[in-house]
Write a protein that binds this ligand. Structure first.
Ligand SMILES: Nc1ncnc2c1ncn2[C@@H]1O[C@H](COP(=O)(O)OP(=O)(O)O)[C@@H](O)[C@H]1O
Ligand SMILES: O=C(O)C1=C[C@@H](OP(=O)(O)O)[C@@H](O)[C@H](O)C1
Ligand SMILES: [Mg+2]
Length: 242
């Protein structure tokens, strides 16, 4: 089941508002525009057997979801979307939104974006914000089809990657202490929805993307390989039955 099938999240049942598309519609338009074209996968395994389900990256801030997602999209030959980037395009910068509307409003808007992005027809790579899994509705959608990679990272490396935590309002104050607390509060949620866990500590982003590609290639989340004709007519030998 797709997340907007009966989840009441699509907004499609609402009467259209003249000259003002709902945020759901705006997100859907952005996502559809980005998934409109096809690209050749850098990894030939996905040319023979294209990916059939959304590939979702979850994990704490600094685990590399945004960076790895873009690389993985190129490997698989599908669009890479980042729900934080979609948020920014629809609602403006996350820190300003937090300051004006608060975290609960951010979480509601974030969940709407994730569900909308998951509901588009074409498979994509979707990098979520680290707190997306707080939403039970989002977790339910993540359990219904996507291949979900939990990118794990140790604290020292995450903090080195994140620097002072600029642009991430939940880290304001004491980034190290806050990152540790948030990670321990959410770890069971990541594990609850993960198809698999990829430990990223000590790996660069290319290596993480390749590891996920290996996992995807080994799972039944791709189209079956094209079955060649048992015998092409041009290859027929004299005397073969036709
Ligand atoms: N595997 C990695 N190794 C080293 N640095 C990384 C890795 N993945 C991401 N980074 C860097 O860490 C920072 C945060 O990465 P980002 O992709 O934004 O993480 P997330 O989206 O999970 O918060 C960026 O500067 C990025 O270049
Ligand atoms: O963990 C969180 O609560 C957040 C993570 C951020 O995304 P990244 O995980 O991509 O940094 C972004 O969604 C927002 O600042 C809140
Ligand atoms: Mg990110």
């Amino acid at each position: 089941m797709r997340p907007d099938d009966g989840q009441g999240t699509s907004g499609d049942h609402l009467a259209p508002v003249p000259h003002q598309a709902s945020t759901t519609d705006r997100v859907r338009s952005l996502v559809e525009a980005r998934t409109d074209s096809t690209q050749v996968p850098e990894d030939p395994r996905f040319a023979a057997r294209p990916i059939q389900v959304p590939v979702v990256l979850i994990g704490p801030m600094g685990s590399g979801k945004s960076t790895v997602g873009a690389k993985l999209g190129d490997l698989l030959g599908v669009a890479a979307l980042d729900t934080d980037h979609l948020f920014d395009e629809v609602h403006g910068p996350i820190p300003a939104y937090f300051a004006v509307h608060g975290e609960p409003a951010f979480r509601a808007a974030e969940s709407e974006i994730v569900l909308t992005a998951l509901s588009v027809a074409r498979p994509t790579v979707l990098s979520l914000g680290g707190g997306s899994v707080i939403s039970a509705t989002t977790r339910q959608a993540l359990r219904q089809g996507p291949a979900v990679s939990y990118l794990d990272v140790d604290e020292t490396e995450a903090l080195a990657r994140l620097g002072g935590g600029e642009g991430r309002p939940v880290l304001a104050g004491d980034p190290a202490r806050t990152w540790r607390r948030i990670r321990s509060e959410r770890e069971h949620l990541y594990r609850e929805v993960a198809t698999w866990t990829v430990t990223t500590t000590g790996l660069d982003a290319d290596q993480v993307a390749e590891r996920i590609a290996d996992l995807l290639a080994a799972q039944a989340v791709q189209a079956p390989p094209a079955v060649p004709d048992r015998q092409h007519p041009d290859d027929q030998h004299p005397g073969d039955a036709r």
